[in-house]
Design a protein around this ligand. Structure first.
Ligand code: AMP
Ligand code: MG
Length: 326
């Protein structure tokens, strides 16, 4: 079975072909804001401008290798409305053109599924941290249940906002990580865990304030240590409660080495195993949509044209996970 997948919920327009054995081909076009953060309308215009080239390249590859596409999977949500509509429109056209089913994929579930596929985790507690989402989840009775999540902005957004406030270009995550390596002191910053939920907005603002007084490297380091410790705390409690012996980190912020290191330490201390998918599957990519479409199709799930409306607020736990058991 060969699935064509299309991602474009935010900054990355990406199309891919996958089968059970792996990624056959992937092509992406990345939107980089001229200044500030992601502007939804500009991002969707970027995706529209690059759609023909990105999709065309992947279809050319399929033709070259005489591959028959079995379904068109697309990111149905959550994400930025204008971006989602651009992607869904292209996906519908492809489905009609090739006469194959559409599969509407939940973007968060796709991060999880590609992570399991690529890291070998079987039934982990999941730390899903990206530019828009921060959730700690685990599969229970057929859904990825959200044990804890951010009450305001995502951790990626918190770091990116702080980075912009000190003059670092978007996305700030990798730059903050690099600067943090030269730190000498920890500066106390607000640590906010409420029950199982997290809050990053006040932390981001406090870091911006601290940067007016303290060394930037120290502030970057302190921001990371504080935010990541909050995530580790909630993850450990979710593992204890859901009785999971594995943890897996996914999403763009998962590229951060220090976060992986802290989660790994926590897992070692409780006799659990930590899983980290390869970096290229961490940020948004077409392969994760294609792969999730593949396992959904195999379990008998397709999406009719009527059901293919975009879902900007699509929740991870709205999805019935018919293809995995726990
Ligand atoms: P996603 O939305 O999953 O594509 O992830 C994008 C987010 O990942 C942005 O907020 C980036 O700043 C963040 N990010 C990427 N690399 C790193 C890193 N090394 N450390 C922290 N955040 C990162
Ligand atoms: Mg994402």
């Amino acid at each position: 079975m060969i699935i064509f997948g299309l991602e474009g919920t935010a900054w990355n327009l990406s199309a891919a072909l996958v089968d059970e054995n792996g990624v056959i081909y992937e092509k992406s076009a990345t939107y980089v804001p001229a200044k500030g953060g992601i502007h939804p309308r500009e991002a969707s215009q970027h995706h529209a401008d690059h759609m023909a080239k990105v999709v065309g390249d992947v279809l050319a590859k399929a033709r070259e290798q005489s591959l028959k596409i079995d379904a068109i999977a697309f990111s149905q949500g959550p994400g930025l409305g204008p971006c989602l509509r651009t992607v869904a429109t292209a996906a519908r056209v492809l489905s009609l053109r090739f006469g194959v089913p559409l599969v509407g994929v939940n973007h968060c579930v796709a991060h999880i599924e590609v992570g399991k596929w690529q890291s070998g985790a079987k039934d982990p507690a999941i730390i899903y941290v990206s530019g828009a989402n921060s959730q700690v989840l685990a599969l229970r009775r057929g859904r990825y249940r959200i044990f804890g999540e951010t009450l305001d902005i995502s951790i990626g957004n918190a770091i990116d906002k702080f980075a912009r406030s000190v003059g670092l270009p978007h996305p700030g995550g990798p730059k903050v990580e690099a600067l943090a390596r030269d730190a000498k002191h920890y500066i106390p910053l607000p640590y906010t865990v409420k029950g199982m939920d997290l809050s990053f907005s006040g932390l981001s603002t406090a870091a911006t304030e601290a940067a007016k007084k303290y060394d930037l490297a120290d502030v970057c380091y302190s921001l990371q240590e504080t935010a990541f410790a909050m995530l580790v705390e909630v993850t450990e409690r979710a593992m204890a409660h859901a009785e999971k012996k594995e943890a897996m980190l996914v999403g763009g912020v998962g590229a951060n080495k220090r976060l992986g290191e802290m989660l790994n330490t926590m897992c070692l201390e409780r006799g659990a195993k930590f899983f980290l998918p390869p970096k290229k599957f961490m940020g948004d990519n077409g392969s994760m949509i294609a792969y999730t479409g593949l396992i959904m199709l195999k379990s008998g799930t397709t999406t009719s044209l009527e059901e293919s409306k975009v879902r900007p607020g699509y929740r991870t736990d709205d999805v019935v996970v018919s293809w995995a058991s726990s």
